[in-house]
Design a protein around this ligand. Sequence first.
Ligand code: PLP
Length: 394
Amino acid sequence: MISKKIKEVIQLGSAIRAMFEEGKRLAQIYGKDNVYDFSLGNPSVPAPTAVNEAIVKIAKDTDTLALHGYMLNSGFESVRKAIADNLNSRYGVNFAFKNIIMTVGAAGGLNVALKSIINEGDEVIVFAPYFGEYNNYIANVGGKVVVVPPNPPTFQPNLDNMKKAISKRTKAVIINSPNNPTGVVYSQDTLKELGKILKEQSEKKGEAIYLISDEPYREIVYDDAQVPFLTKYYDNTIVGYSYSKSLSLPGERIGYLAIPDEAEDSENLLVACGIATRILGFVNAPSLQQLIIEQCIDEKTDVSAYDKNRKLLYNALTEYGFECIRPQGAFYLFVKSPIEEDKFVAKAKEFNILLVGGKSFACEGYVRIAYCVSYDMIERSLPYFKKLAEETVK
Ligand code: PLP
């Protein structure tokens, strides 16, 4: 019989995955072009051609045993050095290869970080709305999720409420900017203040409260929005990065953790993360993917395609009367539900529009629209969004 814990996870399900499945079902009935599936954050911009060229080159030029063999759990030193150098030149930080741990995407990195720091019963603070999988990752290591309520309409983290949420058992705070699901980029002032509070509170506690910065959308920003690099504002920061969105490689499972020397217990923490990578069963991040990253360190995704989608959808939906914050990053719109959330999601489905309810992100009364889809699909969907507005917006 399966475990009670996994049974609970199955019962709670994933509304995002369920909608994605529903999209496939509806496409069989109505035809692919007549279903408007905005449920999943799967990049629609293809990976840069340099990625596929790198695969061929690496396969041809790299010694087969070195390419396919076991390695250090933390990853190839040359790859980690390339990432450290890149971060140093972009953000004026001071990483060496040892500060970088290669991970199996952001999800792998978050699990490794949490495994390395959380004792049974430790609390992890998250800001709603947040990526629902955090609940599972924190539960995996016996931690307790403490939710800071949403702060509309800006959705910047409410730091007074964070302060109130901190207790003797607080071990970490997770933030995600640019944010899934709101598209909000946390401001430099907010992050500086966040760092200040965590420093004070760590001193009071006599032990570090780690800040885990989950950054799969770091490169996906619009209108010159700046995403501050957190280790500059707070020493006890663990940066979790992923190439899933920034190079459109979500199926390849590659990312890294960056931990500065200034973090409390940094040396042990880096060792712990290497070991956590092994004992969680990843062993190491995929070797071919690591080498691709080294070759493609300066490659970028075509953010202009997402920006075009963002403008089309945001302008149209606000014109129809929907309320939502103009996203500055990632590829999501977080729209206020004009009627009760479940009813709105169901109503949208009547027009073959698939959305994910805010409840999946601990923020009831909203819906998330993932606009990492084709521009054509958005254009085709607009008349139906208009009808949806006519039937729901007062
Ligand atoms: N964190 C956030 C906020 C995400 O939106 C996602 C994926 O959508 C992840 C983590 C997991 O990313 P990865 O594919 O790199 O594991």
